[in-house]
Structure formats: structure tokens, C-alpha cells
Design a protein around this ligand. Sequence first.
Ligand SMILES: *Cc1c(COP(=O)(O)O)cnc(C)c1O
Length: 403
Amino acid sequence: MIDFLALAKKYGTPLYVYDFDAMQAQYEALKEAFKGRKSILAYAIKANSNISVIQHFATLGAGADCVSIGEVRRALLAGVAPYKIIFSGVGKRDDEIQEALASNILYINVESDAELSRVELIAKRLGMAARISIRVNPNIDPKTHPYISTGLHDNKFGVDINTAKRMYLRANNSEYLDPIGIHFHIGSQLTELEPIREAAIIVADLVRSLQTVNIDLKFFDIGGGLGIRYRDEETIEPYEYAQAILSTLTALELTVVCEPGRFLTANAGYFLTKVLYEKCHDHKRFVIVDGAMNDLLRPSLYGAYHRIEVIGKEDVEPTVADIVGPVCESGDFLAKSYPLPSLEHNDLLIVHSAGAYGFGMGSNYNTRGRSAEVAVENTKSRLIRQRESFEDLIALETPYLKR
Ligand SMILES: *Cc1c(COP(=O)(O)O)cnc(C)c1O
């Protein structure tokens, strides 16, 4: 059990706390599920890109899935082996492509025909063959929130099967391109196995049809998206997930690459916030806390649910309240109509499942410094990112000075 009261006292609030042992358990459960097949778990570092978190997974043998050159740099800095780093994303600048190629990462996930041309041109300039994988959009409804659904033709991600085939043929004929992988990622917070299985079948069939024209891919990149339990969702077991994928790969000698983000970190993270005060309008109850949408955006952005726990008031009868932050937006809330006991100044709320898409989506809106981040490992805590100060916030600004 983590002593949240002690951590709040020691480091202050708002605060992110990450249970590194829980992260390790998630990593190992998923890695174990793919045993019997070569696999790379490339942690999708956008879920939680604190360098200590990346380092923790790197030590366990993880790779990294990156969606900007900044993330590639973070991965390298954290000690992820270059040959386990993947660069994905729907739009990459030339300088990003160039740096990724020069860093000798495993491959670039190419998401359009136009991007393939840019990568080829830049590789030619560097006098090398760029290792690439192509992101296929299998046009499957993943049955998740529309904002995090990516595998339908309505979405901006990837290319359709026929375009992908043409691109592989082109890449295979280029001196400067080395097609080694195929990629799909149909969405995030997936709780149904069937869409994943269908996508894998479609993509594995494409691999087989490429074999008939002597294009032999080595990496079958199944993306991320494995859902977690925020409230009462039925989630996919790692074993079932791995079996569904592997059953589509019979007679194919492919290394499976998986890009889990949320699955590895979400339920290992907690957001700690303190009550400032309560107030009522007629019968509407508000609990105003020191954490806000600039710290944890998911409730405002997706209407996401996070379980919230109050410590030490288990015997007080709860009534519903909206938990809101100090930011000047009506959309600034952590929960709506949430049952809570009556609360006082400085009572501590623990927001669960905050380890993915929490801190990373934070901002400085309303000139609020972002929270500190703390790792707990083997019952010991350590600060892994300082709380931002006012000076940090204004450091890059250049005020116009009157002469
Ligand atoms: C966001 C993303 C992931 C990780 O998604 P999760 O739902 O956090 O597992 C993996 N791959 C790609 C390409 C992504 O964009």
C-alpha cells in the first residue's frame, strides 16, 4: 500500500505518483503472453514520457514507440536501444526524419505515399537505405471513443490496403528504402478483441501476398491500444490478446512488435489533489480542489471517468458533487456527480488510473505550473520531476522593455 498522505505531505499537491512495481508487473504480464514468438514491446512513450518511466521500461528490455523526434531523443536519453525504437506519427518534418535515420533506429512507420517520398529523398541525401514499415488502415471500427479511434478510413491515420501494396512495391524497388515491417493501430482503450483480430487477419493476408512478390517483411507491428479498467470495463487479458494475434500468423516468421502505452502505465499512476473548499448553488454541490484540467485533461477532453478516493472518511455518508479545479473554464472538472463525503480544507483526494495521458497532456494554462512527479519503487519514493515554478513558466519569454 502506498502512503498517499505521507507523499502529499512530503511533496505537496497537486502531485502525480507512479507505482514502478505495478508498471513492471504489467510489462512482464504482456511480455509473458507473447513468449514462444520473438517480440518487442515498444512502450508508447506519449502515454507517460517522464524519462525515469521510460528508463524503468528500458531496463526491463522494452523498446519505445515515438511520435516526434523529441520522443526519440527522450528514448535514447533514457537508454532505450536504438534498434528497439520506432518512429510513428501522421506528420513528420524533414529534420525529424533525418535525425531519426541518423540515429539508426529500428524503423520509421510511414503513414502516406507522400511521406514515403520524403523519407526516400532524405535517405538518398544521407547515402543510406531507410528501414521502414507502412501503417495500414484496415478500416475497422474499434468500438472505442471517437477521439481515440484511428483504424477507420474517416481517420487521418495510415493508408488503405491497396495503397500500402503499391507503396511496398515502390519501396522494394528503391535503393534508399528497406521495407522491413508492417504496422496497424486501430485505436486506444480497446476492450473488444474481435476488431483487433479482424485487423490482424487483414494485415497478415497482406504480408502473405507481399511474399508472393518476394517482399519478405520481418516485423508485424500490432500497435498499442490495449484497454484498462477505469470503472468496470471488461478488459482483454494479455494472453487472449496475444493468442488472437498469433493465430493469424501461422507459417509466418515474423517478430511481433507491440506498442502498449496506457496498458503499462495508467493504473500504476495516481493524481493527488487537495480540497480547497466546498460550495453550493441551490442544491448543486461543488468540491473545489487544487488540481485542474491543466494537470489532468482527460475528464474535460473525453468526459473520461476516473475513480476518486478520499482517505480517512469511509464512515461519512456520501452525497454527489462536481469536483472542479480553479481554472477559468466550465469544462474544468475532474468528475461530475461523484459521491463524496463532506469534505474540509486540505482533505486529500486520490484520482486513480492517472498514469497514462495524465501529466503528458498537462499545460500551463492560467499560468499554473505543472505538478511534480514521484516514483514509488519497493516502498521508497523519489522525485522524478520537480514542480514547475513561476520562473520556469516565464523563462522563455522576452518582454519588450521600454527604453
Ligand atoms: C498512441 C499510440 C499507441 C499507444 O496507445 P495506447 O492506447 O496508449 O496503448 C501505440 N501506437 C501508436 C502508433 C500510437 O499512436
